[in-house]
Write a protein that binds this ligand. Structure first.
Ligand SMILES: [Zn+2]
Length: 77
């Protein structure tokens, strides 16, 4: 099966930009990175020493996770 290489320029295609994943705003908590409460906070992994808060059990909001490339621990409540 050959796929035609003609580029479709219809308006149905969405621009390929890195959109953040949809976050269900139901986990309200304290973000240790911007020091404030926010929705969608998630527990994140311990960060590098000296580069930021190096404590266990820290929570980060989606914007901070995206900006600092933080890795959430999971969907644990
Ligand atoms: Zn934050």
């Amino acid at each position: 099966m050959a796929i035609p290489t003609t580029h479709l320029t219809e308006a149905t295609e969405t621009p390929a930009e890195p959109a953040p994943p949809p976050v269900t705003p139901r986990s309200h908590g304290y973000c240790s990175w911007h020091e404030g409460y926010a929705w969608g906070v998630r527990p994140v992994r311990e960060w590098d020493e000296g580069s930021g808060p190096a404590q266990r059990g820290l929570f980060a909001c989606p914007p901070c996770r995206l900006a600092l490339d933080l890795v959430p621990l999971g969907d644990q409540v």
